[in-house]
Design a binder for this molecule. Structure first.
Ligand code: RET
Length: 280
């Protein structure tokens, strides 16, 4: 095949000159999905136990984290049992008489997961920084825009060369939303964090930095997989799996454990959230 995963053409009756290729997950990918499911399940249970033990004012961060891990758990269970995956005609090129067509499995279930979990992670960061209501809403809207356009890009079918332009256009729009999130987090977040207790501010900088690095890897993986089909579906499952574990489990446990070792005021929620009449 033209795209490298399969060595020989797969002619189909009625289409003698078209070389059909199918990029699918194997038992390696399935095993990886189950392993990540297991990690999120343990993380979910532990975060629930932590939520029940912690004092009341830090609980919101625990519920946010438990929700993120619970959604990830369900999403990985769904993918491991064969849900949320579609065969997309991602590439179609070559010239007569040799034409190549590639169908690639696209796990759209992860975008449904991200649609809910990434805003919740941003809410944790926003509360930590003491971000204004306007900036908090803005980062969430940018985030939803990023995920929805990313999903549209991933599912764009190739139709004689033109599909690629559409796919990369969605990718570009998604990246623009992504930059929007970081613009608001850096400008509004740093300003707001300056007014927070020392430990809270330090934790915000740490987690915001971690978020910047890990989240930037997602569009790179997209480019290599759903985008340009440079790595296999198994490699895609592993790459997104490692990132999801770091960005969800790593993030929430840093948030919760550093939190529970913090000073009393490390837990303080933004005034506007706790008591809308006081804050601006
Ligand atoms: C997409 C599409 C291509 C462009 C961009 C993307 C960004 C995705 C991100 C996902 C983050 C997911 C997390 C999940 C788990 O917690 C949608 C791949 C910019 C940033 C943190």
């Amino acid at each position: 095949g033209h795209h490298g995963h399969h060595g020989h053409p797969h002619p189909m009756p009625g289409f003698p000159h078209i070389d059909f290729n199918f990029a699918t997950a194997t038992h390696v990918g399935f095993k990886a999905l189950w392993i990540v499911f297991g990690l999120f399940t343990v993380g979910f249970v532990v975060s629930m136990l932590m939520a029940l033990r912690v004092e009341k004012k830090a609980r919101l961060f625990h519920w946010l984290s438990a929700t993120v891990l619970g959604i990830a758990m369900i999403s990985y269970f769904a993918m491991a049992t064969g849900h949320g995956v579609d065969m997309v005609k991602t590439h179609w090129d070559g010239h007569a008489p040799e034409r190549h067509i590639l169908f690639r499995e696209v796990y759209y279930a992860r975008y449904i997961d991200w649609l809910f979990t990434t805003p919740l992670l941003l809410v944790s960061l926003a509360f930590l920084a003491g971000l204004s209501p306007a900036d908090t809403v803005l980062t969430i809207l940018f985030d939803l825009g990023m995920i929805v356009t990313g999903l549209l890009g991933g599912l764009t079918p190739a139709r004689w060369h033109d599909g690629e332009v559409a796919r990369w256009s969605f990718f570009a729009v998604s990246c623009a939303f992504f930059l929007g999130i970081f613009y608001v987090l850096i400008t509004g977040g740093v300003k707001a964090a300056g007014l927070r207790p020392r430990k809270t501010r330090g934790l915000f900088y740490l987690l915001a930095g971690m978020t910047a690095v890990l989240w930037t890897a997602y569009p790179i993986v997209f480019g290599l997989t759903e985008g340009a089909n440079k790595i296999s579906v198994d490699a895609e499952i592993i790459a997104y799996g490692v990132l999801d574990v770091a960005a969800k489990l790593g993030f929430t446990f840093m948030l919760l454990s550093i939190h529970s070792h913090g000073d009393d005021d490390t837990y303080t929620l933004p005034d506007w959230f706790v008591s809308p009449r006081q804050g601006q």
